[in-house]
Design a binder for this molecule. Structure first.
Ligand code: ZN
Length: 143
């Protein structure tokens, strides 16, 4: 089955200072009943936690950036996990010298300021995450 995705509506706004970046994006999805979509954001966080998936041991390793960082780009998607909207996002963050760090966005990044866009989409296919034995990740069903 070819999964055709149709754009529905776009939500644009800012997140509250101090809110957890990932949690606040998921909260926006719940508020607006978005279960499938695309996410973008820019702004700044007071610190961050980013993950790198170690493929050989199938485990996330986390890097804690315990200082203010710019969100150069946050890009991700919204789909369902356990019946709830889940945001999967990757970020590129920069420090005061312009050095960039990037990875899988984890909880633990308090917002300093953040402007986001969520594009809600619609599809006949249900995008529900489930454990994929091959990778150890929670992924969408295979085509
Ligand atoms: Zn990821």
């Amino acid at each position: 089955m070819k999964a055709e995705i149709k754009p529905v509506r776009k939500i644009m706004g800012r997140l509250a200072k101090g809110a957890d970046l990932l949690g606040a994006l998921e909260e926006q999805c719940r508020l607006h009943n978005i279960t499938l979509g695309e996410v973008w954001a820019i702004g700044a966080v007071t610190k961050a936690r980013i993950g790198y998936y170690k493929q050989d041991i199938q485990k996330y390793m986390f890097l804690d950036l315990d200082r203010p960082m710019e969100i150069l780009t946050l890009i991700g998607n919204v789909s369902l996990k356990d019946g709830q909207p889940m945001v999967h996002a990757h970020v590129t963050l920069s420090d005061e010298e312009g050095r960039a760090f990037g990875g899988h966005l984890a909880a633990g990044a308090p917002v300093f300021a953040c402007e986001f866009v969520i594009q809600e989409c619609q599809s006949e296919k249900v995008y529900q995450r489930a454990l994929d034995e091959e990778t150890g990740l929670f992924l969408w069903a295979k085509e």
